[in-house]
Design a protein around this ligand. Structure first.
Ligand code: ADP
Length: 577
């Protein structure tokens, strides 16, 4: 872990070198100043040399001006360096999210992922540059200070540094304990973020059920846990800094006592006493900074671990060594002895499942909720990896396709239509990036949405808000269909909306079904039975696998059959799915 951390530190060597040289410059001036004071006290005042004192003052002034400029440079460049590290890590995290399997998103809440990429990474980058600056200052001051003070008196210097060493050891020991507390605190903060995210996205549902109080209660519960955890963190930090301050003050007394006695015994003079006190306080500044920025360092480290966990998440194997790139598939699909269990689930959803779908046919999957209809559909574009068996498209195992070319050949219309923030044109173009305006308009016409788009003031350039709130359900459906017409895949999977209220989906699909099924293999995951009567084949699934199959007309004749029962149940008021 530490090695990976160092990689980030050294990633921007140029910025780092610049910032650390500025810090070194500042520290050098810090170290020179007390030497000057000592010189004035020990030499110039006793010899009554006023011109030397004035010259010293001028040099002092110049040094202070340089010091101020360097201070500004450190603060500015340090943050620029931190920003670059932050952006770099954020981009890596984002790239990683693009390739992570669906399992990852099943297991982790959006809010938690979000907090890892936003607040966590900010804390880490702050820690990297502030932490390093403080450590460097501390090292420089202690090494140079140690050498200079040794010149004055060896035993006093050794004694003082022994005390400092003790304090540092105590700090290091406390570190481990603090780390656990900080980790818990960050987890609780993420939970609050996760709740916030889910509440905001479900705001319509909340209002519809008038469940605002329940949402608030849930939020408060999370917030209470976070508060408790934050209290523990603050308690730990407060005791830590109090003990450290006590040690520092104690050390001041020790130095004053030891060097005071040394002055009386004539071992050192007043100037030396001053040097000891000034150097000690110089040393204490970066040390206090390190202790004060302990929170940043600890939090940053914990955040870095969480970031690294994300980066280290196993990626699905994208392409096998013999992966083939296919421009256009024919569309024969076959499941051969497929067994599948979700990583986050417990029971086996598919057991030795077999199914053949000939190219160009429309096949509907029906059956009670939870039997695995959506799962079957999601396995074709390899959204999840099967446990055993094979899924073939045109007799080639889906795992042997170049993943990109596999997904380019499959259109997947999800249950929830996703309209992202951007123009209508952007939203349709998502089906085929780089499509011409003509293609986009033609796709919109196929989906029956062109006239509506043209009736808007900005036409295709009309902005649709986040989640497409400015569009009606039917319009969103049509835009998502236009995407599919633009993509024009040989295999089309329609995962119907489960909601019985969603007549819109049904109407839109029904209206376009001929155009949709032309020249394609179509798999409809049918939660409702009214949309699928034109299917070439209806596959009825039960817990044990396929229980019945045939066309609507064939199946409906068998009054003892599953389809007949499902059909009647649905049309007599009970809605399955
Ligand atoms: P259907 O589409 O027939 O309603 P699904 O394919 O959605 O059924 O689900 C089949 C089974 O797999 C159910 O028991 C469901 O709880 C489980 N399941 C579905 N999706 C996931 C998932 N992402 N993680 C874990 N289990 C899941």
């Amino acid at each position: 872990m530490f090695r990976k951390f160092l990689d980030y530190i050294f990633k921007y060597k140029g910025n780092m070198a610049l910032v650390l040289s500025v810090v070194a410059g500042i520290t050098t001036i810090d170290l020179i100043l007390p030497f000057f004071s000592r010189q004035i006290l020990n030499v110039y005042i006793p010899s009554k040399n006023s011109s030397a004192i004035i010259n010293g003052g001028i040099i002092f002034l110049v040094l202070i001006i340089i010091y101020t400029i360097l201070n500004f440079t450190q603060a500015y460049l340090g943050h620029i360096w931190g920003l670059r590290i932050h952006q770099d890590m954020r981009e890596r995290a984002f790239k990683k999210l693009q390739v992570l399997p669906f399992d990852y998103f099943d297991k982790n809440k959006v809010g938690i992922i979000l907090s890892r990429i936003t607040s966590d990474l900010f804390v880490t980058s702050e820690m990297i540059h502030h932490g390093l600056e403080d450590v460097l200052t501390f090292l420089l001051v202690s090494v140079v200070g140690f050498i200079l003070l040794l010149q004055i008196n060896v035993s006093i210097t050794l004694l003082i540094f022994a005390f400092i060493f003790m304090q540092l050891t105590a700090t290091a020991l406390a570190r481990k304990h603090m780390q656990n507390i900080f980790r818990r605190a960050r987890e609780k903060t993420s939970t609050v973020y996760a709740k916030l995210e889910s509440s905001i996205s479900a705001v319509r549902l909340t209002r519809a059920f008038a469940n605002e109080n329940r949402e608030l209660e849930d939020f408060q519960k999370g917030a209470k846990l976070q508060e408790k955890s934050a209290k523990q963190t603050n308690f730990a930090l407060a005791s830590f800094s109090a003990v450290n301050n006590f040690f520092t003050l104690l050390l001041n007394i020790v130095i004053l006592t030891i060097s005071g006695i040394a002055v009386i015994k004539g071992k050192i003079n007043y100037g030396d006493l001053l040097a000891y006190i000034v150097y000690f306080n110089l040393l204490m500044t970066p040390m206090k900074l390190i202790i004060r920025s302990f929170e940043t360092i600890q939090e940053g480290w914990v955040s870095f671990i969480r970031f690294q966990e994300l980066i280290d998440e196993p990626e699905p194997i994208k392409n096998t060594p013999n992966a083939v790139e296919v421009k256009e598939v024919k569309g024969d699909i076959s499941f051969d002895n497929v067994t599948f269990t979700y990583e986050s689930g417990t029971e086996t959803v598919l057991k030795h499942f077999n199914l053949d779908i000939p190219a160009g046919k429309m096949v509907a999957l029906v059956g009670p909720s939870g039997v695995g209809k959506t799962t079957i559909a999601q396995l074709i574009p390899r959204f999840y990896e099967i446990t055993s068996g094979n899924i073939y498209i045109d007799k080639i195992d889906v795992r042997d396709y170049d993943l990109r070319s596999l997904r380019e050949n499959i259109g997947y219309v999800q249950q929830d239509v996703v309209i992202f923030w951007g123009t209508i044109k952007d939203n349709i173009e998502y089906g085929k990036l780089g499509a011409t305006d003509l293609e986009i308009v033609s796709a919109a016409k196929h989906a029956g949405i062109h006239d509506f788009i043209m009736s808007m003031p900005d036409g295709y350039n009309t902005f649709v808000g986040e989640r497409g709130v400015k569009l009606s359900g039917g319009q969103k459906q049509r835009i998502s269909l236009a995407r599919i017409f633009l993509k024009n895949p040989r295999v089309l999977i329609l995962d119907e909306a489960t909601s019985a209220l969603d007549n819109l989906t049904e109407a839109v699909i029904q209206e376009n079904i001929e155009k949709l099924t032309k020249n394609r293999t179509v798999i409809v995951v049918a939660h409702r039975l009214s949309t699928i009567q034109q299917s070439d084949e209806i596959i009825v699934l039960g817990k044990e696998g396929i229980v019945e199959s045939g066309s609507h007309n064939e199946l409906i004749k068998n009054e003892e059959g599953h389809y007949f029962k499902l059909y009647n149940a649905q049309f007599n008021g009970f809605i399955g799915g």
